[in-house]
Design a protein around this ligand. Structure first.
Ligand SMILES: [Zn+2]
Length: 281
């Protein structure tokens, strides 16, 4: 290998943040605290182990994902309830906020919309921070476990990966044919999953989630949302996924109406302001 003489100097260049986020429109967390303080529950949905469930959340309402019964990771998809073409954009959320999200950070939507779909307003695992391995909770690194990668690496046909669970749940909810629903399934927010990259090889790692029954993460829906949550076949993702080996538990999704008056004067964020001419006047 031809290592240049100034290799160390080149490696020593300090990094710069790709997207300094101090100009991101900041969520009004004081208002969202009021929304949450007086909210009232209107629905509850259970994602059974190794299955997914859909739920709808009107703009300004809160949805909560809770661990029940035992440590469990969830794969979350979000769509605009009126337009499946606007969906959660994991990669851009990662670029804007980092590899994991928590209170005060947002789930952003796909181009050309690129606006907040949901804002995290409470996270009982916020204490976890970044551990000694570089791991943290609620990642936007992973894609979603899927049968294609399973087939590539191990062969076989496993049907309860999050990708398939989300596909079946969306097809059932929308009455779209399975193949059409599959095209709307996208990279997820890995709720409660503890992940990072190894320092030595840069590989994606997972470890047993610190989540325990009663832990939850609360979001304000910034627009009318259709959500789907899969209780990952990896369970707490401490060992393996894409199989029926790991102990799995359900996840609970609750929707709450905001405190009366807390959203007076509030409105959903507009779609992105770029004119979309792409330089062709
Ligand atoms: Zn999964």
């Amino acid at each position: 290998m031809d290592t240049p003489k100034d290799a160390d100097a080149r490696r020593a260049i300090a990094p710069v943040i790709c997207y300094p986020n101090d100009t991101l429109p900041a969520p009004d967390m004081a208002r969202y605290a009021q929304v949450r303080a007086g909210m009232s529950k209107i629905s509850e949905t259970i994602a059974p182990p190794r299955e997914a469930a859909c739920f709808e959340v009107p703009a300004g309402h809160v949805f909560r994902i809770s661990s029940v019964e035992g440590p469990q990771v969830g794969d979350l998809n979000l769509w605009n309830a009126h337009d499946l073409g606007e969906r959660f954009y994991s990669g851009k959320t990662r670029a804007l906020h980092g590899t994991h999200i928590t209170t005060g950070e947002r789930m952003w939507s796909s181009f050309p919309h690129l606006r907040p779909m949901a804002t995290v307003i409470h996270d009982t695992l916020g204490w976890y921070g970044i551990d000694q391995y570089g791991g943290s909770v609620h990642d936007v690194i992973g894609t979603r476990c899927d049968p294609y990668t399973g087939n590539l690496l191990q062969g076989g046909h496993y049907h309860h990966c999050c990708h398939s669970n989300l596909t079946r749940a969306l097809a059932d909810h929308t009455r779209l044919p399975l193949a059409e629903a599959e095209g709307h399934v996208h990279d997820v927010l890995n709720v409660f999953m503890c992940t990072g990259f190894t320092r030595d090889t840069g590989q994606y790692f997972m470890k047993a989630s610190p989540v325990r029954p009663g832990d939850h993460i609360d979001f304000v829906a910034e627009i009318d949302l259709l959500g789907a949550l899969s209780a990952c076949p990896g369970g707490d993702c401490g060992s393996e996924h894409t199989s029926d080996v790991a102990p799995c538990h359900p996840l609970k999704i609750e929707v709450f109406a905001p405190a009366p008056g807390a959203l007076d004067g509030w409105s959903s964020p507009p779609v992105n302001g770029y004119d979309r001419s792409h330089g062709r006047g």
